[in-house]
Design a protein around this ligand. Structure first.
Ligand SMILES: *Cc1c(COP(=O)(O)O)cnc(C)c1O
Length: 407
C-alpha cells in the first residue's frame, strides 16, 4: 500500500530538508564575509566593540528606542531580585505564583488598556495560543478554519502543522484581503493569523481586517512585536492603537524584548476575558508547563512600564521618527514614509554582500538579505533605525550607502 494511504502526507507545512539547504547557503556566504558570528560588547555610548577593537553601530537590532540599556530598567531588574530574593522559583504559575508577576500584568493592562497576560517570549505565547485557537477554545468554542498570512513570522508558522492536526489550515497570499474574504464567505468560523508589523517591512491592513471582523465575525490574532512602544500614546503599538477596545474576537501578542526594552511578552485580550486568560494559563502549552518571566525580567518590565507612562516615551518616539525621516529623505525604499523603523535598501544579488561589508567597515552593521533567503531580484540590506542614533550618524550611514554601487 502506498505510504500516503496509511500515514498522513509529509511536509505539508514545513520542509526542513529544503529550509536547511536554503538557509545553509545563505549563512555560509554571510559568515564567509565576516557578517555573521560577530562577537562584540555593547558600550555605554551605544557602540559595539569587537575583541580586535572594531567599533560599530548595530542596525540589525530591534531595540528601536534604545531602552534596552536604560539605567532605570537595569535598576528595576536589580531591585526586583533584591526584593524577592529568587531569580526563578521553579513551579508552574497555575499552582503558585509571585505577586510581582500580577503587579506587572496589572501595570501592562492599564498601559495597553486590555487584559494582559505575560509569557516568557512572544514565541512561547504563539506556541500556547495558536493550538487553542485552532481547537476552538479561544475562539467561539467552534473550530475555525485557520488562515495564516504567507509572511507570518517563523514563531507562528511553526505551529501550522499543530493547528492542522485540529482543523483546516490555509495560507493566504501576503495581505490579500480578497482571499480572506472569500474564505469568510465559505466558512462560518474563520481565524486569521498575521504580524501587525512585518519584520521585512510593511504592516497588516488593520482597518480592512477590522471591517472583515465586523462583517463576518473573523477572529484575529496579531503578533505586533515590531511596533510595540514605538507607536501609540503609551506605546501600545500599531494594532492596539487602531482598535477602540480589544474585543472577544481579537488577541494581540507582542514581545517585551524589542522597543519595550525588557524581556518577556505581553498577550492582550478583551478587558473582560479572564476566562481566556485562565484557559491559556492551564492549557497553553509552554505558558502552562514552562517557566514564566523571571524576577529580573519582571523588575525590568515594571521599570519600563514607568518609562512608558512618562514623557520620556514620547521624546524617544519622536527622536526615532526624526531619524526615520532623515533616512527617508535620502534613501529610496519601499517602506519610505511608514512610521515603522525597518527599511530594506534594494541592491543587486551580486553587490549586496559587498555593500554590507563596506558598511560594516565604516561602522554600521546591517543585514544583507539575498537569494536563496529571498528571491534573486529581491536582495537588499535590512536596516533598522533607532532613536538613540545621533543625526550625524544617520547622515553618515546614508552617505556610505549612497557612495556604494548598489546595482
Ligand atoms: C522578534 C519577533 C518575535 C520573537 O519574539 P520573542 O519574544 O523573542 O519570542 C516573534 N514574533 C515576531 C513578529 C517578531 O518580530
Amino acid at each position: 500500500m502506498p505510504d500516503d494511504l496509511i500515514a498522513p502526507r509529509r511536509n505539508q507545512f514545513m520542509n526542513n530538508e529544503k529550509a536547511v539547504a536554503i538557509g545553509s547557503r545563505f549563512w555560509e556566504e554571510t559568515a564567509a564575509h565576516g557578517l555573521a558570528g560577530i562577537v562584540a560588547s555593547l558600550g555605554k555610548d551605544g557602540y559595539f566593540t569587537t575583541d580586535n577593537g572594531h567599533r560599530f553601530v548595530n542596525l540589525s537590532c530591534c531595540s528601536y528606542l534604545d531602552l534596552d540599556s536604560h539605567p532605570h530598567i537595569i535598576q528595576g531588574a536589580i531591585r526586583a531580585l533584591e526584593k524577592y530574593g529568587v531569580l526563578d522559583h521553579c513551579i508552574s504559575r497555575v499552582r503558585v505564583q509571585m505577586p510581582a508577576l500580577l503587579e506587572l500584568e496589572d501595570s501592562l493592562s492599564s498601559l495597553f488598556r486590555a487584559k494582559v497576560v505575560t509569557a516568557i517570549s512572544a514565541s512561547a505565547a504563539s506556541a500556547g495560543i495558536l493550538p487553542l485557537i485552532a481547537s476552538g477554545h479561544l475562539a467561539n468554542g467552534e473550530k475555525p478554519v485557520v488562515v495564516f498570512d504567507k509572511n507570518a513570522h517563523f514563531s507562528m508558522n511553526l505551529y501550522k502543522a499543530v493547528c492542522a492536526d485540529e482543523t483546516e489550515v490555509l495560507t493566504a497570499p501576503h495581505n490579500d484581503m480578497n482571499f480572506l474574504e472569500d474564505v469568510c464567505k465559505k466558512h462560518k468560523n474563520v481565524a486569521y493569523i498575521c504580524d501587525g508589523t512585518y519584520s521585512m517591512g510593511g504592516h497588516a491592513p488593520a482597518e480592512e481586517l477590522l471591517a472583515l471582523q465586523e462583517k463576518y465575525g473573523l477572529f484575529l490574532y496579531f503578533d505586533d512585536s515590531h511596533s510595540l512602544s514605538i507607536v501609540g500614546e503609551k506605546g501600545e503599538g500599531y494594532i492596539r492603537s487602531s482598535i477602540q477596545e480589544v474585543n472577544d474576537r481579537t488577541i494581540i501578542v507582542a514581545t517585551l524584548n524589542k522597543a519595550y526594552g525588557a524581556a518577556g511578552a505581553a498577550i492582550m485580550f478583551g478587558p473582560k476575558r479572564s476566562d481566556q486568560a485562565l484557559t491559556l494559563e492551564r492549557f497553553g502549552g509552554p505558558l502552562a508547563w514552562s517557566q514564566p518571566m523571571n524576577t529580573a525580567a519582571i523588575g525590568g518590565a515594571l521599570a519600563a512600564a514607568e518609562i512608558h507612562n512618562s514623557p520620556e516615551l514620547k521624546e524617544r518616539q519622536e527622536k526615532l521618527q526624526r531619524n526615520i525621516k532623515l533616512f527617508d529623505a535620502r534613501i529610496d525604499t519601499e517602506q519610505k514614509g511608514l512610521q515603522f523603523p525597518i527599511r530594506v535598501v534594494r541592491a543587486s544579488h551580486e553587490n549586496v554582500i559587498n555593500v554590507g561589508l563596506d558598511l560594516y567597515r565604516q561602522g554600521f552593521y546591517v543585514s544583507p538579505v539575498f537569494f536563496p533567503i529571498v528571491a534573486r531580484d529581491k536582495a537588499g540590506l535590512r536596516v533598522m533605525l533607532r532613536a538613540g542614533m545621533p543625526e550625524s550618524e544617520v547622515q553618515r550611514l546614508c552617505d556610505t550607502i549612497l557612495r556604494n554601487k548598489l546595482f
